[in-house]
Write a protein that binds this ligand. Structure first.
Ligand code: SF4
Length: 187
C-alpha cells in the first residue's frame, strides 16, 4: 500500500529519500528542464511507484518541459509518455518501476542521465555527487571500495546506511525500496 505523495513535497522528498540515480535525474530535470527518453522513463516510473498521481505527474513534467520546449510541444510530444507510463495510452500496460538490476544494466550515451551512478559515473563525478549527499571520510572510502569491486548495489546500501545512520540488512535492490525504507526511518 503506497500513500500518495504531494507535488509540493517533491523537492524535499528528493533531497531526503531518493536514491542517487533518481536524485541525479531529478536535479538534471530541474536544471535543464529536459530529460531524454531513458531518463524520462526511469524517473517517471519511479515517481509513479512512490505515489505521484497521474495529474500531479503531468503537472510536474509540464512545469519543467514547457520552460524548454513550450507547453504546446509538451502536450504534443511528451504528455503521451507520461500517460503511457501510467497505462493510460497505447497497450494500457501498467508499467512497473525499474529495479536496480535493470538500471545497472543500461548503457547510457553522452547526454543521457539514466542508469546507476555507482556504475555509470566517473570516479570524480561520483565522489562529488556523494559529497553533496553528505558522504565523506571513512564512509566515502567504503562506498568507493564497493564500486571498484563492481558491487554497485552494496555501494548504494552503504550510502543509505551512512545517510540514515541505520543499518539496511536487506540491502538495496530497487530504487522504490530505497525510498520506502527511507520514509519509514525519517517519518
Ligand atoms: Fe539507483 Fe539501485 Fe543504483 Fe542505488 S543501486 S543508485 S537505487 S540503481
Amino acid at each position: 500500500e503506497i500513500a500518495d505523495i504531494s507535488l509540493k513535497d517533491i523537492d524535499q522528498l528528493a533531497n531526503s529519500s531518493f536514491p542517487l540515480c533518481m536524485r541525479h535525474l531529478f536535479n538534471r530535470l530541474r536544471e535543464d528542464h529536459h530529460l531524454k527518453h531513458g531518463g524520462r522513463m526511469q524517473l517517471g516510473l519511479f515517481l509513479k511507484g512512490v505515489g505521484l498521481r497521474l495529474e500531479d505527474a503531468l503537472a510536474f513534467w509540464r512545469a519543467e518541459f514547457s520552460q524548454k520546449v513550450g507547453s504546446e510541444r509538451f502536450e504534443k510530444e511528451y504528455a503521451y509518455t507520461v500517460r503511457h507510463n501510467y497505462g493510460k495510452e497505447g497497450k494500457r500496460t501498467d508499467y512497473t518501476p525499474y529495479s536496480c538490476q535493470k538500471i545497472i544494466s543500461f548503457t547510457p550515451s553522452v547526454g543521457d542521465h539514466h542508469g546507476c551512478p555507482y556504475r555509470h559515473f566517473s570516479e570524480d563525478n561520483l565522489r562529488a555527487a556523494l559529497s553533496t549527499m553528505g558522504i565523506g571520510g571513512r564512509a566515502m572510502d567504503d562506498v568507493m571500495d564497493k564500486v571498484r569491486n563492481h558491487h554497485y548495489q552494496l555501494a548504494c546500501t552503504l550510502t543509505f546506511e551512512a545517510i540514515h545512520s541505520s543499518s539496511c540488512d536487506t540491502g538495496i535492490n530497487h530504487p522504490n525500496q530505497y525510498f520506502s525504507q527511507s520514509r519509514k526511518l525519517l517519518s
